[in-house]
Design a protein around this ligand. Structure first.
Ligand SMILES: [Zn+2]
Length: 513
C-alpha cells in the first residue's frame, strides 16, 4: 500500500552474463495448425478407439508437436496435450504482431518454459514481435534476438507501425452474441460478451482472430468470422479508458434462438441477471433452451414452462458431447468473488525491484483462473494496467469495494504488495470488520500463502483501509511480499511463485465458505 518511489534497480541484475549468452541453443520451430471442423475431439491416443479428453472449436490454433500420418500429437490451450485427426487441420502462419512488455522486467529465454536459459532481460515498454504461441509462452523477436517470454506479460504495443495485418476500422458483431477473450483462441478466458449489432474497432488480425476495442473501452480478441464491416460510415472510435462493469438497461427482446446447457452439474435459472437472484430451477446438462436477450453476460432463458435468467458462459450452440470432462470441480459453485488487483493506470503502486501494480494484476489474474476452476464466478476491478476510476485517487480506491457491493459478491479480495526498508520482508493480511468474517478470511488466506510459498509470516492485522471500509461483504487486503526486498520481489515477480500465491488465495477463499 505504501507509495515510495525508489530506483533500486541495480544494473548488474538486468545485464545477462556472457556465459548465459554462449550457452544459448536454438529450440526447434513448431508447426501451427488451425482447426477446420466445427468441433474436433482431442484423444489420449492416435485413433478413434482412444478416450476423448477435450474438444476444440473451429478456428483454434494448435501447436503440432509430432506430425503423424493421420493423427497429430498437439499442444493446445494452457499447455494441454493430446491427439487429433490430421484431416481437420490446416497449416497456418501466425501474423507478426507487435506487443509491449508489461512487467518491470521480463526474462527472454531460449525455450518455452521457466527451466530454459535466460537470453536477455526486457524492460517494461520494450516492443517485441510475436512469431508464434506455445501454451502460455510466446516466441518473440526483439533486438535481433529470438526467444520465448511468458505471454501474459505482453500487451498490445501502444505505437504500431502500419502493416497489412494492422487495420483501424469499425466492424459490427453479426453473431447473436460473441465472446471477447483475452487471447487469440477459444481456450482463452472470456473478457465480455458482445451482443449482435455491437460496434467494435478492429486493430489487427491474428489468424482468424481479430484484436478489438469495444465502445466501452474493453480490449480483447473475437472470432473474426462473426464481424462484418459497418455499413454506416462511423468514424473510428478512440479507445476509451476501461471502466468497471456497469449495468446497462435491458433492450427489447429479439426473436429467440436455441442454445444448450454446457454445465455438468446443471445450470441455475434465476429470477434476475446475477448470482444474487433466486434460483427458479436447475436446468440439466445438455438440455435445450430458448435465449432471447443478453445483457452483461446474462441471457433471458426459457426452459419448458420456466422463464428466467442464466449465465451465457454455460450456453453453447450445439448439444455438448457428454464425454467432455467438466471444467469446474464445483467447490465454489454459486459463489461470486470480486478480485481487486491494487493500483494501476495513473495510480501506480509501490516501486522496487518490481512494480507493485504489475505483480498485483499478474497474481490476481492467476487467482481468477483457480477460482473459476473451482466453479466460482469472478469479477475483476481491472484486467489490465488501468485505474478502477479515473475521477481521482480516493474515487479510485472506493470504486473497488463499491464494485463488490454492487455485484452482491460473496467475498472481496484486494491484492497488494508492500514496500519499506530493504530488509523488511514477508506476507501479511488485513481485516476491518470481524463480525462479517473479514478476520477469518484474512487468516485462512495468509495461512495458505505461507504454506504454499514459504514467505515469512507477518501478522494478520486490523486496518482501517478505504478499500476494506468501503466493502459491505467479507473483505481482506493481502500484501503478498515486499517489492523493496530482493528475495521477496524475485518471488512475487516470478510466474512460478505467482501461481503458488494464486493457488493459495483461491484455497483460502474455498476454506472460508
Ligand atoms: Zn498497494
Amino acid at each position: 500500500m505504501k507509495k515510495i518511489t525508489q530506483s533500486l534497480m541495480a544494473m548488474s541484475l538486468v545485464i545477462p552474463s556472457a556465459a548465459l549468452i554462449q550457452s544459448t541453443t536454438q529450440v526447434e520451430a513448431q508447426t501451427q495448425k488451425e482447426v477446420t471442423s466445427p468441433s474436433l475431439n482431442v484423444r489420449t491416443g492416435p485413433g478413434t478407439n482412444y478416450k476423448i479428453v477435450d474438444w476444440l472449436q473451429k478456428g483454434e490454433i494448435v501447436n503440432v508437436l509430432k506430425d503423424g500420418n493421420k493423427w497429430d500429437y498437439i499442444e493446445f490451450g494452457n499447455g494441454k496435450k493430446g491427439y487429433i485427426s490430421d484431416y481437420y487441420l490446416k497449416t497456418v502462419t501466425v501474423s507478426d504482431e507487435l506487443r509491449s512488455v508489461t512487467p518491470y522486467w521480463l526474462t527472454l529465454r531460449n525455450g518455452a518454459g521457466d527451466k530454459y536459459q535466460p537470453i536477455d532481460y526486457l524492460k517494461k515498454g520494450t516492443t517485441v514481435k510475436v512469431i508464434s504461441y506455445t501454451g502460455n509462452w510466446a516466441k518473440v523477436s526483439v533486438n535481433g534476438k529470438t526467444g520465448y517470454v511468458y505471454s501474459s506479460y505482453l500487451s498490445k504495443a501502444s505505437s504500431t507501425p502500419s502493416k497489412t495485418s494492422n487495420v483501424e476500422e469499425t466492424q459490427t458483431v453479426t453473431a447473436y452474441w460473441l465472446t471477447l477473450r483475452n487471447g487469440p483462441s477459444a481456450s482463452y478466458k472470456e473478457v465480455d460478451f458482445l451482443k449482435k449489432g455491437t460496434n467494435v474497432t478492429v486493430h489487427s488480425y491474428n489468424g482468424k482472430w481479430a484484436y478489438v476495442t469495444t465502445t466501452e473501452g474493453k480490449k480483447g480478441y473475437v472470432y473474426s468470422s462473426y464481424l462484418s464491416k459497418s455499413t454506416t460510415s462511423t468514424p473510428v472510435a478512440t479507445p476509451a479508458v476501461t471502466k468497471p462493469i456497469e449495468k446497462t438497461p435491458t433492450t427489447p427482446a429479439i426473436s429467440a434462438v436455441t442454445k444448450y446447457v454446457n454445465a455438468a452439474d446443471g445450470l441455475n435459472l434465476r429470477t434476475g441477471r446475477g448470482v444474487q437472484n433466486k434460483i427458479v430451477v436447475k436446468i440439466p446438462y445438455t438440455a435445450s433452451v430458448k435465449v432471447s436477450d443478453v445483457v452483461n453476460g446474462w441471457a433471458k432463458v426459457q426452459y419448458g414452462n420456466y422463464t428466467g435468467y442464466a449465465s451465457v458462459g454455460y450456453l453453447v450452440d450445439s448439444k455438448p458431447n457428454v464425454t467432455k470432462p467438466t471444467q469446474a470441480t464445483g467447490e465454489l459453485k454459486g459463489k461470486l468473488i470480486v478480485l481487486d488487483p491494487g493500483h494501476g493506470g495513473q495510480f501506480a503502486g509501490a516501486q522496487g525491484f518490481v512494480a507493485e501494480e504489475d505483480v498485483n494484476l499478474q497474481i490476481a489474474l492467476k487467482t481468477r483462473d483457480y477460482l473459476q476452476a473451482k466453479g466460482a464466478q469472478v469479477v475483476m476491478t481491472r484486467i489490465s494496467d488501468t485505474a478502477c476510476s479515473n475521477a481521482g485517487y480516493n474515487a479510485d480506491l472506493s470504486c473497488r469495494p463499491n464494485l463488490a457491493t454492487k455485484m452482491g459478491a460473496d467475498a472481496f479480495i484486494s491484492i497488494h504488495a508492500n514496500s519499506g526498508a530493504a530488509s523488511a520482508s514477508g506476507a501479511e493480511s488485513f481485516w476491518y470488520n470481524s463480525s462479517r468474517g473479514d478476520q477469518k478470511l484474512a487468516t485462512l488466506i495468509l495461512d495458505e500463502i505461507i504454506e504454499e510459498t514459504g514467505m515469512k509470516k507477518r501478522p494478520v492485522d486490523y486496518a482501517n483501509f478505504a478499500v476494506l471500509r468501503g466493502s459491505t461483504v467479507p473483505a481482506t487486503l493481502i500484501e503478498t511480499g515486499f517489492v523493496t526486498n530482493k528475495s521477496d520481489a524475485a518471488k512475487i515477480g516470478s510466474p512460478t511463485y505467482q501461481d503458488k500465491f494464486a493457488k493459495a488465495i483461491a484455497q483460502g477463499i474455498q476454506e472460508f465458505f
